[in-house]
Design a protein around this ligand. Structure first.
Ligand code: ADP
Length: 626
């Protein structure tokens, strides 16, 4: 009979499986059992809404049968089964979820460790079997089909007889080699141990006929063997077990398996509540952001179970947006099984649970911040943007929840600090929390605008992310201290004497500054003697709510409405360049205009803003250099 070819990427994965030297080949059983369990979930779900489907609890099971003579291991389930088309589509191509994710994130399929961590679904059967036969009869179908493949050169699908709905997979195990004894997968003890290890929580019984022995009826001194069907798994989902029963390894491997991560989570939250709403939640804080986390493709949500039965894979209502990185599940006995999505959105129980979980997540993160700073910084590296967006979102609705979780680089401490650490170190007469914006810590270090604040001995927080200043504007203050940019028009940091001195300088050079302002036209709102510059010649500052940094961010967004911050060109009157300007004001006003233009463009460059006319700028410089 003619064979059908595998899709090319399936073939690659298949080849990898067949030649795998992966040492934990036993995971193939976990994968097949998990597929069987999913198939039964689907059928179970159908029975909830379809009265014509009469099933009993006993009708749902998975059966393992080892046949040593024929070297076959058979896995039978009573799930929803597959039609002919489904057999071809599902087993002839790499399926969605696990395997695809695995492929996307790991271009090098050679990385064999990934196999164990992600699971590769059905194809993992080919790690231990050289022939795989899948017989399946779908619900609502009278005919059954048999899919069979030996190696990579294709598969066949034929019509066969099968009495019950469900799927049966027969693995013909590979011959033993020197290193690999594949017939271990026919051994009762081995199979039982593998099921216990990986599939204990599966909520359907995994049955196997095992050999036992008992004293003989007629002679109690002697023993006889007999066969008995045993349920190998405890059927208790991991989240229903107590913390004492579970090891870190249990929690971690469940996470990696269930949520397709290759890295252990940073934190596990396992919590239950009784009373108004009773539920159990198992939440994980991942160690890294998924590749699509900051795109609109990312879908937040927790798995929702009603008494152990999965009713929704990503229930968004359970997770606040600010903590959308959290993975996990909630199991509640109070939810109706065939609850619809629309109802869920308005469900009071759900809102209550979501509220509790938000608090739990917050306190988990606070504890991490307090007790394991290094770990928290790892978390923060991945998810700081999310927290800051969280502050900014919904006009600051969640700002009080999130503000203690923020960290910023401190000029004084040379490390990330919390806002409350900053405030605790503030000088007695210091009014503001000072910050400076820039692309990187290195660039901010060099900003002329920081000079005065630094000289006054105030710590400066470095804002290096786009969202920082927006979040801080929503936050407005922390513990009664307002935030102030070192580039703000009015720093309000000078002593009374200094203020007077500045006023004097301003007055003395009034005409010069007015001339410079006129020369620059509406590029600037004002040119003034700088109070903040100590050694540098010029800088820009801004008046009003919109800072230069925010102007940059907003104008980088894809829309036509461009904004412009109110710029002030500040000149250091103690710098030698100022004497030159004063001299030109008396002698050569035309040349002074060019100076003004060069100084303004230089200030733009310092700010990382584009110079409007780079050619004119260069020509001016050269002219002045000649
Ligand atoms: P995944 O489980 O990650 O989707 P698999 O390769 O393990 O990938 O399975 C592919 C698909 O084949 C499944 O999504 C499911 O639709 C179908 N399938 C696999 N095993 C069974 C089974 N025992 N009963 C019904 N459908 C199954």
């Amino acid at each position: 009979m003619a064979k059908k070819a595998f899709k090319s990427e399936s073939k690659r994965l298949l080849e990898l499986m067949i030649h795998s030297i992966y040492t934990h080949k036993e995971i193939f059983l976990r994968e097949l059992i998990s597929n069987a369990s999913d198939a039964m979930d689907k059928l179970y779900y159908r029975t909830l809404s379809d009265e014509n489907l009469a099933f009993n609890k006993e009708d749902f099971y998975i059966r393992l049968e080892a046949d040593k003579e024929n070297r076959t291991l058979t896995i039978t389930d009573t799930g929803i089964g597959m039609t002919k088309e489904e057999l071809e589509a599902n087993l002839g191509t790499i399926a969605k979820s696990g395997s695809l994710q695995f492929k996307k994130e790991n271009e090098k399929l050679e990385d064999i460790d990934i196999i164990g961590q992600f699971g590769v679904g059905f194809y993992s059967a080919f790690m231990v079997a050289d022939k795989v036969t899948v017989t399946s009869r779908a619900l609502d179908s009278d005919t059954a089909y048999c899919w069979e493949a030996e190696g990579t050169d294709g598969y066949t699908v034929t019509e066969v007889e099968k009495e019950a709905v469900g799927t049966q997979i027969v693995l013909t195990l590979k011959p033993n080699t020197e290193d690999e004894k594949y017939d271990e997968f026919l051994d009762e003890y081995r199979l039982r141990a593998i099921v216990k290890k990986y599939s204990d929580y599966i909520r359907y019984p995994i049955l196997m006929e095992v050999t036992k022995s008992r004293p003989k009826e007629d002679n109690k001194e002697e023993f006889e063997e007999y066969k008995e069907t045993e349920t190998l798994n405890s059927m208790i989902p991991i989240w229903k077990k107590t913390k004492a029963e579970l090891s870190e390894e249990d929690y971690n491997s469940f996470y990696k398996d269930k949520f397709y991560d290759f890295e252990n989570p940073l934190s596990v939250i396992h919590t239950s509540a009784d009373g108004m709403t009773s539920y159990t939640a198992l939440l994980y804080i991942p160690a890294h952001a998924p590749f699509d986390f900051y795109t609109k493709d990312f879908e937040k949500g927790l798995q929702l179970y009603a008494n152990g039965v999965l009713i929704m894979d990503k229930c968004a209502e359970l997770l606040p947006d600010c903590f959308r990185f959290v993975k996990g599940l909630v199991d509640s006995a109070d939810l109706s099984l065939n609850i619809s999505r629309e109802i869920l959105q308005h469900d009071r129980q759900l809102k209550l649970i979501a509220g509790h979980l938000q608090k739990k997540i917050k306190s988990e993160l606070s504890a991490m911040l307090k007790n394991d700073r290094e770990k928290y910084e790892r978390f923060y590296q991945n998810f700081s943007r999310q927290l800051k967006f969280g502050i900014y979102d919904n006009f600051g609705r969640d700002k009080d929840l999130l503000k203690d979780l923020l960290l910023f680089w401190s000029s004084g401490e040379k490390k990330l600090v919390t806002l409350s650490e900053y405030v605790s170190r503030m000088q007695e007469d210091q009014k503001y929390i000072y910050y400076a914006c820039g692309e990187s810590i290195e660039k901010i270090e060099k900003l002329p605008q920081t000079e005065l604040v630094a000289e006054k001995g105030c710590e400066i927080l470095y804002f290096t992310e786009d969202v920082d200043e927006f979040a801080i504007q929503i936050l407005r203050e922390f513990e009664g201290k307002e935030f102030k940019s070192v580039s703000a028009g009015d720093l309000d940091i000078e002593s009374e004497e200094e203020k007077k001195e500045n006023e004097k300088k301003k007055e003395e050079n009034k005409d010069l500054f007015l001339f410079l302002k006129d020369a620059l036209g509406d590029k600037v709102k004002e040119v003034r003697a700088s109070a903040r510059l100590k050694s540098h010649p010029v800088c820009l500052s801004s008046d009003g709510a919109l800072s230069l940094e925010m102007e940059k961010v907003l104008n980088a967004m894809p829309n036509d409405q461009k904004v412009k911050a109110e710029r002030i060109l500040e000149i250091n009157v103690s710098h030698p360049i100022f004497q030159k300007l004063a001299a030109l004001f008396a002698e050569d006003k035309e040349k002074l205009k060019k100076y003004a233009s060069v100084l303004y463009d230089s200030a733009l460059l310092i700010e990382g803003l584009p110079v409007e006319d780079p050619v004119a700028y260069t020509n001016h410089i050269c002219e002045l250099m000649q």
